[in-house]
Design a protein around this ligand. Structure first.
Ligand code: SF4
Length: 96
């Protein structure tokens, strides 16, 4: 590789070096920016998801059975899911 570079004209080598330096700098910092942006959006999405999960009221509902075979006899398909948020049949169990 060194021998090939030395075989190129000195002007071409100078041009390649002067172009590759800034291009590599921009590409490297661009990748770092993308990684940082991905981390920020992942944390934000995770917090939004956790916030939505904490709005599910079934764990404190009197109809919640805590049995995986039938979680709720009133709404068995929506129990413990996001569709149970604002459930009209929610009644507080009074345990907590
Ligand atoms: S009645 Fe509604 S809030 Fe209560 S356990 Fe069933 S789906 Fe959840």
């Amino acid at each position: 590789m060194v021998l090939q570079l030395m075989a190129l004209p000195a002007g071409l080598v100078l041009v390649v070096r002067s172009v590759l330096g800034p291009v590599c700098f921009v590409v490297a910092w661009g990748l770092m920016g993308l990684i940082a942006w991905n981390l920020v959006t992942s944390v934000r999405d995770g917090m939004d998801r956790a916030s939505a999960m904490h709005k599910i009221p079934c764990a404190n509902c009197r109809y919640f059975t805590n049995d995986y075979r039938l979680k709720c006899p009133i709404h068995p398909k929506s129990a413990l899911s996001e569709s149970a948020i604002d459930c009209t049949d929610f009644e507080h169990s009074g345990l907590m």
